[in-house]
Design a protein around this ligand. Structure first.
Ligand code: NAD
Length: 264
């Protein structure tokens, strides 16, 4: 059979290193024949992203800071000129001041609220405005979210509020772009140790909690996120849009974990 992503081209935004969720997705897409361009944020990460992108033969490795509209425009201009169209896009970008990813949500400052919303939520809409014009044969877009959007998780704070808005924006984007055959979905990933996650207070405890209490009794890997990403970005997911798909060892399904006592 033909590889699932043979002949498809797309943009991966949000690789920082080989532990990034975006890299797990890129590997799965590459294994199925996709051609990808990558963006990186700033020179320090460029040193990490370029060699990774080279391992899978990516030609376009472009700088992009999503707080800068001109920088987003320039990425899509480059791809428009080089490829004419794209088939898929991965948005794996989030940021908040780590001083506010601990303690109480109620203490969030306006400046960090606005910055977190801009980078972690609005940027997906901003890139879809540009991607729409290049997805001339339809397409599939994917963003990354977390269960802290749906329920209160310790320390996730303003990031949880931004992820709730991101998940709502997935539904609105799915409706707006559906007529053009563009699908828009999110993966809600369980906790994984990455650069971004290291900014969250007590992250190791959250990882342990998930491992002990999720139905599968283990944490998820970037390869498992990659598998689900491949499904949503390829034609396997052609009937799916506006969805937030949990890749979290089932944690979202649990209301209360049975102890030995309650199980009797
Ligand atoms: P990561 O640190 O590898 O990736 C985060 C990326 O965001 C980095 O590449 C960083 O450069 C980019 N970024 C931040 N601010 C930016 C800006 N202004 N412009 C452009 N890029 C910017 O960490 P990750 O965990 O792979 O994060 C990817 C996505 O997955 C994020 O949206 C995160 O919230 C989400 N997520 C992570 C977990 C987890 O436990 N790691 C769980 C669920 C969802």
């Amino acid at each position: 059979p033909q590889p699932l992503m043979q002949g498809k081209r797309g943009l991966i935004m949000g690789v920082a290193n080989d532990r990034s969720l975006a890299w797990g997705i890129a590997k799965a897409l590459h294994d199925q024949g996709a051609e990808m361009a990558f963006t990186y944020q700033g020179e320090a990460l460029e040193k990490r992203v370029r060699p990774l992108a080279a391992t899978i033969g990516a030609e376009h490795v472009l700088e992009c800071d999503v707080t800068n509209a001109a920088s987003i425009d320039s990425v899509f201009d480059t791809l428009g000129k080089a490829w004419g169209k794209i088939d898929f896009l991965v948005h794996a970008i989030g940021f908040s001041d780590k001083n506010e990813l601990k303690g109480r949500y109620v203490d969030t400052s306006f400046d960090n609220f606005a910055l977190t919303m801009n980078v972690s939520c609005y940027s997906f809409t901003a890139v879809m405005q540009r991607a729409e014009k290049l997805m001339t044969d339809g397409g599939s877009a994917l963003t990354l979210t977390y269960y802290g959007a749906e329920r209160v998780m310790p320390h996730y704070n303003v990031m949880g509020v931004a992820k709730a808005a991101l998940e709502a924006s997935v539904r609105y984007l799915a409706v707006d772009l559906g007529k053009k055959g563009i699908r828009v979905n999110a993966i809600s990933a369980g906790p994984i140790k990455t650069l971004a996650a290291s900014g969250i207070g007590d992250f190791r405890y959250i990882l342990k909690w998930n491992e002990l209490n999720a139905p599968l009794r283990r944490n998820v890997s970037i390869e498992q996120v990659g598998g689900a990403g491949l499904y949503l970005l390829s034609d396997l997911g052609s009937g799916v849009t506006g969805e937030t798909h949990h890749v979290d060892s089932g944690y979202h399904a649990v209301g209360m974990v049975a102890t030995d006592q309650s199980a009797q």
